[in-house]
Design a binder for this molecule. Structure first.
Ligand code: NDP
Ligand code: GDR
Length: 356
């Protein structure tokens, strides 16, 4: 059997790294796009790098930019992929309120550019397409739990852009017969999650506080509730979606919901600290029950102009059709992230002090 060739846009992100590992372990040739940056941005995939001068290389990087059609067409022409996983995006909801036009360009029109490239290059019959859709589409939720048929109600420029990319994926499937699918993925995290998303921000802070490098953690809305899973489990779901003979749209979620507040409590608990909450609103504080130290405070800068209060997904379709289910519990996810950050924070501090 010939080796399958996959192209992953946004390979340097959290999901790009886990998906590359998965596809390489399945024998794929993997091409990924990274952005030109003034500093190194390949930390998550450096362990996968292979010297292109050697024989049998199966992992390749290309400079890719979602706002540049010519670039995307050229890469897809060169690579002739059997599968494209479109993961590249400006993925931060809060940031999308500050860069709405850029977010629409990269996240909405970016997906269109890839789909059009498939048509322009006449790859409709060869190349399967996966779009990284999101639970943020449900926004102001219309039903609990959310399924593939729950109406969307986006609450941010990010979600509105992803609404376009969701529907253009459906449209290109129906109009041109492209094997194009959406994974409607609920929040998924890991020790390599971006540091500005709330889970990683919390676990890094807990580790830094535990090592004595930091005193406090400032957060926004503690009462937001999310359905948090592990990225490793979710990239397996992406792959299963693309393998199925019939393209379709699937929710990937755990079916469990927890608040940011609970995430904070569990993270501190994993280093043996119990948090007690005192005060309310912006004056609420998280206090170490034993020492009385204030460890968590509210900074209204982290509030969003419009918030998504709660998300909880029903992954029954993925479970029944694809045999997919999440494997990592909420407790294990928090523990793994804190344990890793205890080491990461220490390593970074040591590196820093060598430069002082
Ligand atoms: P990350 O933010 O970790 O990774 C995003 C990737 O996209 C990075 O490689 C980034 O490059 C790249 N990128 C950003 N903008 C551009 C651009 N203009 N051109 C080319 N590349 C670009 O996201 P995740 O890995 O967490 O998520 C992957 C995808 O899944 C995203 O589309 C996200 O919106 C979506 N999603 C994520 C969920 C989650 O919980 N993680 C849930 C549902 C959907 P660089 O490294 O240089 O920044
Ligand atoms: P989200 O993730 O917006 O769900 O998008 P994020 O971790 O940023 O926020 C989750 C919830 O936590 C609240 N929150 C804070 N968030 C951040 N980032 N920083 C804080 O200090 C803070 N304090 C409280 C937020 O208000 C929010 O309610 C993620 C991204 O990966 C998207 O790309 C993806 O589509 C969705 O998950 C599913």
């Amino acid at each position: 059997m010939t080796q399958k060739v996959a192209l992953i846009t946004g390979v340097t992100g959290q999901d790009g790294a886990y998906l590359s590992e998965l596809l390489l372990s399945k024998g794929y040739i993997v091409h990924g796009t990274k952005r030109r940056s003034s500093s190194f941005n390949t930390e998550r995939i450096d362990h996968l790098y292979q010297d292109p001068h050697q024989a049998g290389v199966r992992f390749f990087l290309h400079y890719g930019e979602m706002t540049d059609s010519t670039n995307l067409i050229r890469i897809i022409q060169e690579v002739q992929p059997d599968e494209i996983y479109n993961l590249a995006a400006q993925s931060h909801v809060r940031v999308s309120f500050e860069t709405p036009e850029y977010t629409a360009n990269a996240d909405a029109i970016g997906a269109l550019r890839v789909l059009e490239a498939i048509r322009i290059l006449k790859l409709e019959g060869k190349t399967r397409f996966y779009q990284a859709s999101t639970s943020e589409l449900y926004g102001k939720v219309q039903a609990v739990p959310q399924t593939e048929t729950t109406p969307f109600y986006p609450r941010s420029p990010y979600a509105a852009a992803k609404l376009y990319s969701y529907w253009i994926t459906v449209n290109y499937r129906e109009a041109y017969g492209i094997h194009a699918s959406n994974g409607i993925l609920f929040n998924h995290e890991s020790p390599i999650r971006g540091e500005t998303f709330v889970t990683r921000k919390i676990t890094r802070a807990v580790a830094a506080i535990q090592h004595g490098f930091q005193k406090k953690l400032y957060l926004g809305n503690l009462d937001a509730k999310r359905d948090w899973g592990h990225a490793r489990d979710y990239v397996d779901g992406m792959w299963r979606i693309v393998q199925h003979f019939e393209p379709s749209d699937y929710v990937l979620a755990t079916g469990e919901m927890h608040s940011v507040r609970e995430f904070v409590e569990k993270s501190f608990a994993s280093v043996g600290r119990a948090i007690e909450w005192k005060g309310s609103g912006v004056n609420e504080k998280g206090i170490d029950q034993q020492s009385g130290e204030v460890l968590v405070e509210i900074d209204p800068r982290y509030f969003r102009p419009a918030e998504v209060d709660l998300l909880i997904g029903d992954p029954s379709k993925a479970n029944q059709v694809l045999g997919w289910q999440h494997r990592t519990s909420f407790e294990d996810l928090v523990r793994e992230m804190v344990e890793q950050d205890l080491q990461t924070v220490l390593r970074e501090e040591n590196r820093q002090s060598r430069h002082d």
